[in-house]
Write a protein that binds this ligand. Sequence first.
Ligand code: FES
Ligand code: FE2
Length: 382
Amino acid sequence: MIINQWYVAAESAEVTRAAPRKVRICGLDFALFRDAEGRAHCVSDVCVHRGASLGEGRVEKGCLECPYHGWLFDGAGNVRRIPSLPAETPIPKRARVDSYPVVERYGWVWVFLGDLPEAERPPLPDFPEYDDHANWRTIRGDWHWKANYARIVENGLDFSHAPFVHPSFGDRNRAEIHDFEVEQDEWSARAKVTYIPPLPKGIWKLMRKERTPVQAQPGFHLSGATMRLDVWLTSSWHMVIFDVNTPVDETTTVTRWIMARNFFRSPLFDGDSRRRVLRIFQQDTVIVEKICPEIVPTDLREELSVKSDGLMNAFRQRRRALIERGWAIDVDTLKHHIDGKRALVIPSPARRESQGRNFVLKTVPLIPAKAPAAAPLATAAE
Ligand code: FES
Ligand SMILES: [Fe+2]
């Protein structure tokens, strides 16, 4: 699990002014809430007074009230009131928790878990179809896995599994993947391939009468551990599955997905579309939850890659570059030496600005950097 990344913490509709929402990401807890203006905030869940869970508290006057002794935290993580002290007593400087940048997009709350200044944060992935209501119909949902999020993203980038895992998509007797180009930039990559699908069934017979080749383009974006799959069922019938994969911890993932289609746009077809998306996740779950080892091996030579794994390997290389920057959480140290003995946090931008002064809690252990911080994520040779 990697810091200095955007992750989706919740559906926007789940974060209200009425009560905070506690979420776990990368093995740590966070409290989300909305202030009086409706802006969403994300703060570290552990109260710096006596360690109570802020996400179990209340929203009061646009601030987050700790459930234990009522300290009141604003969206920037600063304590505004300590009820046990007379009103004129100054608030201690260290009465603050880490607060993380929040952006709402595509109906989700994205949080930046890290301390990079704004100019250095990666962009969010584009999804122009989401707002194009005239031409696209979207449905959305979520899927919960007992699996590592990188394994799940890799599954989505894996061309050669479709004929075996998704029989409605690919044909096991025509499973050869022809050469493809991986198109990539610093944060994302995609590649287009052609499948010969099996004969269509149900309402899909209306649009595809025979085994016409289907174009598919999976891709990833590091922000949100996003997977985007474009499928052109005919020259004009196009669907997109756009999903974000949030690591709850190393072996638990919540996928939030949006499916957009530019055909059968009536809500009458939503049920069928939903069933098809969920069937894909179900088919993948059977395989992905049993992959050994559960996390992608540190030494990539411990798995054998072939040419058709090229897009997956582009993702592996990007992740490797982030790990080499020193941004991977040292989960083993956390598990074996720290769990239950000490509360830790992911560093926030305000912490970096103040060089860690006036923060009570220590930050999570990270796997030491191997590359200079400015090393590019992509190399021309890939
Ligand atoms: S533990 Fe939060 S106010 Fe005391
Ligand atoms: Fe799959």
